[in-house]
Ligand binder design. Structure first.
Ligand code: NI
Ligand code: MN
Length: 228
């Protein structure tokens, strides 16, 4: 069983009862994030791209927890330069086994610069995460892309975490198309209702994917779901 907690925006805490994994830990400054002290504990921190609403607290939490940051090569190097001791760089198409299972990087169509000076942060990515016998896909920030068909063909996805908020990422109708391509058993919408700019009704997404045979799981900020 994997406990999947939606902290808010694109931030999730995964707990397989042995290891804790944080994805895109945008907690400080996030107007909606709900996170307990326990959920800020992490053994591994996965970062999809360099934008502040994804890199978030990754560096400070990695130091606090002595956690390993897993990301693209450029962001891992940046985190190392910022004093993070333990990083594991991967790049698109590449994967690696870790104590909790494995991570493989996928493409994402977006940007990945760091801070106000727009320092280069490599290419943005998504993650295929295998743990506890389940396969999860976190798309990061991305527009819809046809290769999602290939991702769904190569991996039987149990749970997909997909952005739906429009403006910076897919909107709901594109995210429904993404589900058609990926064929996940379940999907959790993300990257919406953090700010007005990405406000939308996640219920429309859940209704839209039902006919495709995918269960939409809408979590409140801070709410957990047990993936069995
Ligand atoms: Ni972004
Ligand atoms: Mn974003």
């Amino acid at each position: 069983m994997i406990k999947v907690t939606f902290i808010g925006h694109s931030c999730f805490a995964l707990d397989n009862s042995k290891q804790k994994i944080l994805i895109d830990p945008y907690i400080t400054g996030n107007p909606v994030a709900k996170s307990t002290k326990e959920q800020k504990k992490a053994d591994f921190i996965l970062v999809t791209h360099g934008h502040g609403d994804h890199l978030g607290d990754a560096i400070s939490l990695a130091k606090e927890n002595k956690a390993m940051i897993i990301s693209n090569f450029e962001l891992c190097t940046y985190c190392q330069n910022e004093g993070v001791k333990n990083v594991h760089p991967l790049h698109i198409g590449g994967g690696r086994d870790f104590p909790f299972g494995s991570v493989k990087l996928t493409i994402a169509h977006h940007g990945s610069t760091l801070g106000d000076k727009l320092q280069y942060g490599g290419n943005p990515v998504g993650f295929i995460i295998r743990t506890d016998g389940k396969t999860l896909y976190h798309a990061g920030d991305t527009g819809l892309f046809l290769d999602m068909k290939l991702i769904g063909e190569l991996d039987k996805i149990d749970l997909a975490m997909l952005p739906i908020g429009d403006n910076f990422t897919m909107n709901i109708s594109d995210a429904i198309k993404a589900v058609e391509f990926l064929k996940p058993k379940k999907a959790i919408p993300m990257h919406y209702n953090t700010f007005d700019l990405i406000a939308c009704d996640p219920g429309e997404f859940a209704d839209g994917i039902k006919p495709l045979g995918t269960e939409g799981i809408i979590l409140d900020f801070g709410e957990s779901y047990e993936l069995k």
